[in-house]
Each structure stands twice: as structure tokens, then as C-alpha cells.
Ligand binder design. Structure first.
Ligand code: FEO
Ligand code: CA
Ligand code: CA
Length: 715
């Protein structure tokens, strides 16, 4: 998010291949699904020949080879450098009023703020928006975009394993002719999109926080998540289906379950919900992730800005306030002043409600009736993202960053194991397990570039460190995740944003967006008023003070196992101008970035992988970095993380002024690319308009990008 206008405080399958069962690289649902489809198609074909038994063993080898040529082709000497996929012509940095994509590519808006998501939902009407109308329209400031496959026969409420029954034929066609599936008139998918925050001055001709209940209600309903069916036409252009039964909004007032260790806990029992089990709404949904069982994880990030009067919490609730000391709400009123209309946002009246925000929320996008669940076992902090990998033993790891200056990187590991045969068996996997926080140690003399690190368990036990630090139980540890992580000696980072794991290597990439407050002088100090002495100066994992442009860390789990408790790490990219000595930028193994055509980049935020294992990066803040000499629209950048071109980062898309770019996401065949253009012309949305055909107000929108000749994105 831009800091300028936000407060500174700051089963799947009834049958899957055996190799997917092991799921050693922690593939996502889509990968598992594709493998299952490929194998089922193979078995079906083999069965038709009356030879299923004979071919069964072969299928285990052939199915993955159909999906990912390596490493089988590597053994045959057919290895292609993954960076070869990225043959697009670099988009120059710019400040244009329209989105720029490489030659040979096209884009279109798919969803805009206010688009009606039901046949009978009201059309967007700037002068007549209400809470109920906004609740049935696409929300504001779209952020995360995730793509969920839909079979031709899928119907709302059916588990996707049922919905995928028609997939074998589709999958076979897709393998033989990748165009046939995506380009067919029946190509369907769901897009899950987060709506992070509202900017009233850009939404209402006259914004009157605290004086207009209708505006407050529109804002509350403009937050949350949209799940929308999209279909692809033969040209590669995706459109949303207004009348789809899959379409769904969750908002700042939707009813959600509290699940996991904090369900029913005393400090979760609010005035509005004495049971501590149900909560209204999810707020500031920033990034997120997709589980291997095909659900959405949506993250509550800067939730502190919605809750007023933290300084006047009644003394009867002192403990509750203490546990939020490291993540304080607003001392007085909030910028949006919802507290004047709804007591749940006023801590002087409902001191506990604040404890019920700051979580990862799980939603089943295939079931519009699913009640979202706040997964409290994953901790309470400013969750930027929730990225899932499956460990060697089948447990599920979820990586999450806490996006504030000098905050931490976390990893939850479930107690139970992922069951790829029965989707429903995974439903509550994220309710039990161990939350860890990362400590990044410097590299040793023989390899100073390769640091080591440890995942420190945030586990309370009688007589243990967290007990001795004053926590009374595990629930208090989860409520005050930041404070407990302080006690364990976690490493304060330069604003951890998105995290993704390579589908090829399993290595984990962490975007650290920037840290203007990192001191140039090494040594400890006190940051802000939070009573915490930390390493304020440069450290091994955060080596620049200040750090205006951010960096990307590559984390290698011990044994490439997502369940490991130790890791190695190095800094893959230090962002900046490739030709600026003062920036100190570095790009993987590229010796002379400027001569090699590396693009300038700052403020990495959301990241995604294509199916070759190239990293795609969305930025947030290049435009705002004008004072630092950047002053270019935010964009999308692609960079190989392996092979001869490791680090050759180039710009693929340039956005529009005052917008950040979020998402990014690929369709299952990598021939479509999706991203959010969030807050275009922020603060000036009535003076300048994007999309360009909007005549009254700029609208945050999701766009789709495709290669006009049908190639994979990047080619
Ligand atoms: Fe909402 Fe950390 O970006
Ligand atoms: Ca951001
Ligand atoms: Ca973000």
C-alpha cells in the first residue's frame, strides 16, 4: 500500500498420482490437479485399451514428464535455460498515463471497482453508492489476485474434485494443444481478489469521514475479497461473468468463524460476541495464497488503522491492551472514523474486538456458502501473505511476512498431514501446528554470501522462555506474536512483503520492500516508541541503511524440506538503478547489470513464479520514490533465479501514475497473466482517470495480459 494515504503506523481429488501424494516440492493445488488430470487421462486411455494395470507404473513416470520436462529432459541433455523463456522486449521505465506491455502483448481490464457481481446487483453509481450495493459489487483497491481452475461442468458448492470429473479430456487436449483449452469458448476460472483499503477522497465527490454513515458503510463493504468467475474468449481476453453463481463478496461485515487455539478464548470474547467464536468482517486484506487443497488464504495486514481509542482502553482490559502493545491501534480517532457509527471499532467501548483481527483467513472459493475461518494458529500480526508448501512428511508449511519496519518473517508448520485424496480431510489442517519466526545469521568466513538461519518455535510451555517472559499460555503468545518473537531473538527485517517458493527448486523468495528508518550506522537502537532495542543499523540480511529500494532474499530450507527448522540464505537481488554506484544494487549473478540490460527496480512487493521457475515481481512505491531519484510508474518485472541468466531482471509491464501493482498471477497454462492496478492516480482520482475510458473517477482494476500469438507469458 502507499504510505501517503494510509496511516504511517505503519481433496481435492478423488484420485491423484502417487508422486503428488508425496508432493515433495509442495506444489500448489493447480499443479496437483494438473498431474491428477494427466494421470487420470492416461489411465482412462489405458483402460480403454484394456491395459490399465500394465500401464499403471508407466503413468507414474509419464504424467509428471508431461507437466514439467525437467529433470527427465535434463538427463537426456535437453535442458533449456529457464531464462530462455523470457524473450519479451523490455518495457522501459515510464510515467505514462496508460499501462505499457511488451510488443506482441495485449491487455484489458477484467474487473473494476463497482462492477456488479450478480445479475440483479446494482450498477455502479458514484452518486448513489450504498453499503448494500457495494456489498454486491467489486470492491476497492484490489490487491492479491489468484487463479483457481474451473471445469466446464463445475457448479457452485461442488468440491473441485467433483468439478474436475470432466477434466481428463480437457486436460488431454490441453497437453496436445495448449491453445485448445484456454482458447476454447468454455475456458473458465475463478479469480480471487483482495480489496485492501479505501481512500475516501478518491471514492466520494465530497468525503466526510465521521459525518456520513452511508459513506462509512460503503467503505466497510468495499474492503474484503471478491471471488468472481471469468471466461476466456478465443483471442485470449478474459471477461467476468456477472451472473455466475460462484461470484461472492466477503467484506468488512461478513460473518466469519474464529478457529484454532484462540476460538472461544477469554480475550476473544467481545461485547458483540460473548462466545469468542464468530467475528464480523476481515479488513486490509493485502496478499495471500492458495492452499494445495484449493482454498484461498487472505491476509489481514494493517488492521490497526480501523480501531480507535487504544489509549483509553478501560483498566479492566489492561491485559488485552498489553498484548497489543507491539501492534497498537489508533490512540484517538481513526482516519475513517467508522467508530462513530459502529462501536466495534471503538476500543473504549469494545476493548476486545481488536484482538479478533490480524489473522490469515481461509475461504473456499468453490463454495459460495462457506463461512470464512480466521486461522488463529498462524499468529496475529500484519500478515502480508500466506504461502503454502508441503513438507517431506506431508505436513503443511505456511510462510508469512509481517510488513512493518523491523518486523519478522514467520513459518507455520501444521501438526497434521496433507491428504491429496480427500479434500475435506484438509479442511482444518491450519488450526493445529507450530508457528516459528526466522533468525537470519551471517555467513561464515568461507562463504560470507551464504548465511544460515533458524526457525524459532513460538511455543509456550511451563518454565520455558515465553512463560518466563510473562506469557500465561499459548493463546497469549499468539495474540502478541510480535512480542513473543522479540523474546526469541528473531531478526528484524526491512518490511517483509510477499513470499513465494519456486515450483522447480522449492527455494523460497522473500520480498523486503524498503526501510527508510534503517540506520546507516551499525549497532543497536530504539525504533519508534515501542520500548524495544533492536539492531537499527545494517545487518547481514538487511545490509543497507537506509534501504529505500528493498531487496529479495533467497531462502533454502535444509534438505529442501519446508518442514525444516534450519535454512541457508543469500541476497538474490538488491534493488535500485543498475548503473548507480550509490544504490549499491546487485542482481543475482549478473556481473555488469547496466550493460546486460537489467531494468531499474525499487520497492519489490508481490511475487509469483511462472511454470519454468522464473520469478515475477510487482512493485509498490517506485512512483512515490521520486525523491530518491526513481519517479517511474510501478510495474512488473521478470527474473530468472536459475541458470545462466540468474538475476537478469527486466521490466515486463509499466503501470500508471500513483498506482501500485499487485497480484501477480498466471493462468494454469501460463498463457494469461493477471495483476491489480491498485489506487491509480491515488489522491487525484477525480482529476485524472484510469482506466482511460472512465470519465468521472479512476477505478482500481484487475487486468489480464496475453500474447497476441498465443505464446506463454514472457515469450
Ligand atoms: Fe499491503 Fe504490505 O502491502
Ligand atoms: Ca504494498
Ligand atoms: Ca503488498
Amino acid at each position: 500500500m502507499k504510505r501517503s494515504l494510509q496511516p504511517e503506523r505503519d481433496e481435492a481429488l478423488d484420485e491423484v498420482p502417487d508422486d503428488a501424494l508425496a508432493n515433495r516440492r509442495g506444489e500448489y493445488f493447480g499443479d496437483v490437479l494438473e498431474k491428477a488430470v494427466a494421470r487420470r487421462a492416461f489411465l482412462k486411455a489405458a483402460g480403454a485399451l484394456g491395459a490399465a494395470g500394465a500401464f499403471r507404473g508407466a503413468a507414474l513416470v509419464i504424467a509428471p514428464a508431461l507437466i514439467r520436462p525437467r529433470p527427465a529432459s535434463a538427463l537426456l541433455g535437453l535442458w533449456e535455460d529457464p531464462g530462455d523463456r523470457l524473450a519479451f522486449k523490455t518495457v522501459p521505465p515510464g510515467d505514462e498515463r496508460e499501462v505499457e506491455v511488451p510488443e506482441g502483448y495485449a491487455f484489458d481490464t477484467i474487473l473494476r471497482w463497482g462492477d456488479p457481481l450478480a445479475a440483479d446487483a446494482p450498477e455502479f453509481d458514484l452518486d448513489a453508492q450504498t453499503g448494500p450495493s457495494q456489498a454486491r459489487q467489486f470492491g476497492y483497491n484490489c490487491d492479491l489476485v489468484l487463479w483457481f481452475p474451473l471445469s466446464e461442468a463445475a457448479a457452485p458448492g461442488e468440491a473441485p474434485e467433483m468439478a474436475s470429473r470432466s477434466w481428463p479430456l480437457v486436460g488431454t487436449l490441453r497437453r496436445l494443444n495448449p491453445f485448445s483449452w484456454r482458447r476454447g469458448p468454455t475456458a473458465r476460472a475463478l479469480l480471487a481478489v483482495n480489496h485492501e483499503y479505501t481512500t475516501g477522497v478518491d471514492m466520494f465527490r465530497s468525503y466526510r469521514p465521521g459525518a456520513d454513515r452511508d459513506q462509512a458503510e460503503v467503505e466497510i463493504e468495499a474492503h474484503g475479497t471478491s471471488i468472481v468467475e471469468v471466461v476466456c474468449d478465443p483471442e485470449g481476453r478474459w471477461r467476468y461473468r456477472r451472473d455466475s453463481g460462484f461470484n461472492r463478496r466477503t467484506t468488512g461485515s461478513s460473518v466469519m468463524e474464529i478457529s484454532g487455539p484462540l476460538r472461544g478464548y477469554a480475550l476473544m470474547q467481545s461485547a458483540g460476541d460473548p462466545t469468542g467464536t464468530r467475528v464480523k468482517g476481515s479488513l486490509n486484506n493485502c496478499a495471500g495464497g492458495r492452499t494445495p487443497w484449493g482454498t484461498l488464504l487472505t491476509c489481514e495486514e494493517n488492521f490497526d488503522q480501523y480501531f480507535a481509542n487504544f489509549d483509553t482502553v478501560p483498566s479492566s482490559h489492561r491485559r488485552s491492551a498489553e498484548l497489543s502493545r507491539r501492534i497498537p491501534a489508533m490512540p484517538g480517532s481513526t482516519p475513517r472514523k467508522w467508530e462513530l457509527f459502529d462501536p466495534r471499532f471503538d476500543l473504549s467501548r469494545d476493548p476486545v474486538e481488536y484482538n479478533r483481527f490480524g489473522y490469515v483467513v481461509e475461504i473456499d472459493p468453490y463454495d459460495p456458502a462457506f463461512v470464512p475461518r480466521k486461522r488463529t494458529a498462524l499468529g496475529r500480526f500484519k500478515h502480508e501473505t500466506a504461502t503454502t508448501r508441503v513438507a517431506r512428511d506431508g505436513r503443511v508449511a505456511v510462510y508469512s511476512g509481517d510488513d512493518s519496519r523491523f518486523e519478522y518473517v514467520y513459518k507455520f508448520v501444521s501438526r497434521g498431514r496433507f491428504d491429496p485424496r480427500r479434500r475435506s480431510a484438509n479442511r482444518d489442517l491450519l488450526d493445529e501446528g507450530t508457528l516459528h519466526v526466522a533468525r537470519f545469521d551471517p555467513g561464515l568466513g568461507f562463504d560470507p554470501d551464504m548465511g544460515s538461519g533458524e526457525w524459532l518455535p513460538l511455543v509456550w510451555k511451563e518454565g520455558g522462555a515465553l512463560h518466563r517472559a510473562g506469557y500465561r499460555d499459548q493463546q497469549e503468545v499468539l495474540l502478541d506474536t510480535r512480542g513473543a518473537a522479540d523474546q526469541l531473538g528473531a531478526t528484524p527485517m526491512d518490511r517483509p512483503e510477499d513470499i513465494e517458493a519456486s515450483p522447480i527448486t522449492g527455494r523460497v523468495y522473500i520480498a523486503l520492500t524498503n526501510n527508510s528508518k534503517r540506520s546507516p550506522e551499525p549497532g543497536p537502537g530504539r525504533f519508534g516508541d515501542r520500548d524495544r532495542d533492536i539492531e537499527l543499523g545494517p545487518t547481514a540480511a538487511n545490509p543497507r541503511g537506509p534501504n529505500p529500494h528493498g531487496h529479495i532474499i533467497e531462502l533454502i530450507e535444509e534438505g529442501d524440506d519446508a518442514g525444516a527448522l534450519r535454512f541457508r540464505w543469500n541476497i538474490f537481488v538488491k534493488c535500485g538503478h543498475p548503473d548507480s554506484p550509490t544504490d549499491g544494487a546487485r542482481f543475482g549473478d549478473v556481473g555488469d547489470p547496466a550493460a546486460s540490460g537489467v531494468s531499474p527496480i525499487s520497492d519489490p512487493d508481490n511475487v509469483a513464479f511462472d511454470d519454468e521457475g522464473n520469478l515475477w515481481i510487482a512493485t509498490d512505491g517506485q512512483y512515490a520514490s521520486e525523491a530518491d531519484g526513481f519517479g517511474q510508474n510501478d510495474g512488473i518485472f521478470a527474473v530468472p533465479v536459475e541458470g545462466k541468466q540468474r538475476g537478469l531482471l527486466r521490466q515486463f509491464l509499466s503501470s500508471v501514475p500513483r498506482a501500485e501493482v499487485c497480484g501477480p498471477a498466471f493462468s494454469g497454462d501460463d498463457r494469461s497473466f493477471f495483476c491489480s492496478i491498485q489506487h491509480p492516480h491515488e489522491g487525484r482520482a477525480f482529476e485524472e482517470h484510469w482506466p482511460l475510458d472512465e470519465k468521472v473517477v479512476s477505478k482500481p482494476s484487475v487486468i489480464g495480459v496475453w500474447h497476441t500469438e498465443g505464446g506463454k507469458i514472457g515469450s
